[in-house]
Design a protein around this ligand. Structure first.
Ligand code: SF4
Length: 263
C-alpha cells in the first residue's frame, strides 16, 4: 500500500475516529471492521497461506517496515504543509521518570494479580488436553445416542467458544491494566480537571470487559468439567477479585464511552 492509497482509505467519512483505541482487538468477531481504519489498512496475513513459519514472519516484518516508511512519509508531508522542520524538533522525555512509572505500575497489586491470571491460564491450557479429549468423546457419544433434553452440538460449540474467549483475553487483561495504570500516572498531569474522558478509564473498561467475558467462559468450563472444580473455582475467585480491584481503582471506567461501541 502506498501513502496515497492509505490517505484515500483514511478520507472515508464512514470511519469512526479512534474506535481501535478501546476495542478488544478481536477483529475476527468485530462488527465494525468497515468503520475501522486499523482493520482497513492492515494487510491480512494468514499463517496458513505461507509455506513455513520463516516466510510468514519475513512477510510480517516486511509489512511493518512498509508501514513505518509510509508513516514517515505522511509525517514529513504534514510537517512540510505546516512549515515544520522535523530536524529542528528537540525532544527531552524524562526517561528516568518513565522508567520509575513503569516499575511502579508493574509491581502494583493489580498487575501482579493480572499476571497471576496469565500464568494460571497458560498452565491450565497446557494440562487440559486429556480432559478435553474425554469431554469431546462423551459429547460425540451423546450425539450418536440422540438423547432427549441434550444438544451435544450446541454444547460443543459453547465449549469451543469458551476456550477461545479465555485464550483471547488471558493476556489482554494484563496488558490493558498496565496501560490503564500507566495512563493514570500521565492523566494526573494531563487532565487536572475532570473535563475529558480519560485513557486510563477506557483501557480499564476494556480490561473489565475481558474479565466479564472470561468469568462467563470459565463458568461454562466448570459446567462441562465438574471434576476440575478444584482448579476452576480458584481461577474464578482470582478473576472476581481482579474485577473488584479494577472497579475500585477506576470507578469511572464502566461509564467510559468507547467510540463506536458505547455511543
Ligand atoms: S475496532 Fe474492530 S476491526 Fe478495529 S481493531 Fe478493534 S476489533 Fe479490530
Amino acid at each position: 500500500m502506498t501513502a496515497d492509497e492509505l490517505m484515500s482509505i483514511m478520507d472515508n467519512p464512514n470511519l469512526i475516529s479512534g474506535i481501535y483505541n478501546y476495542c478488544d482487538r478481536w477483529c475476527e468477531r468485530c462488527t465494525k471492521t468497515d468503520r475501522c481504519s486499523v482493520f482497513l489498512t492492515t494487510p491480512k496475513m494468514d499463517p496458513e497461506n505461507f509455506p513455513d513459519e520463516e516466510s510468514y514472519f519475513d512477510a510480517v516484518f516486511q509489512s511493518l517496515h512498509d508501514s513505518f516508511l509510509i508513516s514517515m512519509e505522511l509525517l514529513q508531508r504534514s510537517a512540510t504543509e505546516k512549515g515544520i522542520d522535523l530536524d529542528d524538533i528537540s525532544t527531552n522525555p524524562d526517561l528516568a521518570q518513565i522508567e520509575l512509572n513503569r516499575i511502579e505500575v508493574r509491581k502494583s497489586p493489580i498487575s501482579n494479580l493480572a499476571n497471576d491470571y496469565v500464568v494460571i491460564g497458560h498452565e491450565w491450557f497446557n494440562t487440559c488436553a486429556d480432559s478435553l479429549k474425554a469431554l469431546e468423546k462423551s459429547l460425540q457419544q451423546a450425539d450418536q445416542m440422540n438423547l432427549p433434553n441434550r444438544n451435544p452440538k450446541k454444547e460443543a460449540a459453547d465449549l469451543r467458544n469458551a476456550l477461545e474467549v479465555i485464550s483471547h483475553y488471558n493476556r489482554q487483561i494484563y496488558v490493558k491494566l498496565i496501560r490503564a495504570q500507566s495512563s493514570r500516572l500521565e492523566d494526573v498531569t494531563t487532565f487536572e480537571k475532570d473535563e475529558f474522558p480519560k485513557d486510563s478509564d477506557g483501557s480499564a473498561k476494556v480490561a473489565l470487559i475481558g474479565i466479564d467475558h472470561s468469568i462467563k467462559a470459565w463458568e461454562v468450563l466448570w459446567h462441562h468439567l465438574p471434576e476440575q472444580e478444584d482448579t476452576i473455582l480458584p481461577i474464578l475467585s482470582l478473576l472476581d477479585s481482579l474485577r473488584n480491584q479494577t472497579e475500585a481503582l477506576f470507578p469511572e471506567a464502566r461509564d467510559f464511552k468507547r467510540p463506536g461501541f458505547d455511543e
